[in-house]
Design a protein around this ligand. Structure first.
Ligand SMILES: [Zn+2]
Length: 102
């Protein structure tokens, strides 16, 4: 049983990675995306690695800029009207961390 303590350490490392793997969605600011092509559950912006966080650059994947998507998000709760039916309910947003949380 000489290596008996190792799993505990590994577990802690996994937990740390688990909380840090999500990046801030450039549209809504919730920590929901892991990389290029990930779709945010809160606003349905598809993370575009070519655009990143440059809010004025047109994202071909989304067919709009982040600035435009944010206007939709703040007004209707999704980055586009057609995605409104796919986003999680507003009450469920509390289960996700936001970049403003602390
Ligand atoms: Zn989002």
């Amino acid at each position: 049983m000489g290596r008996g303590t190792k799993p505990t350490i590994l577990f802690n490392l996994v937990m740390v990675n688990e909380t840090e793997k999500y990046m801030e969605c450039p549209c809504c600011g919730y920590l929901t995306v892991e990389g290029h092509g990930d779709i945010c559950k809160i606003c349905f912006w598809e993370y575009d690695g070519f655009v990143g966080y440059k809010s004025h650059i047109l994202s071909d994947m989304n067919g709009m800029t982040i600035e435009e998507a944010q206007i939709y998000f703040y007004n209707i709760g999704a980055c586009s009207e057609k995605f409104l039916k796919y986003v999680i309910p507003i009450e469920a947003r509390k289960y996700y961390r936001h970049s403003d949380d602390n």
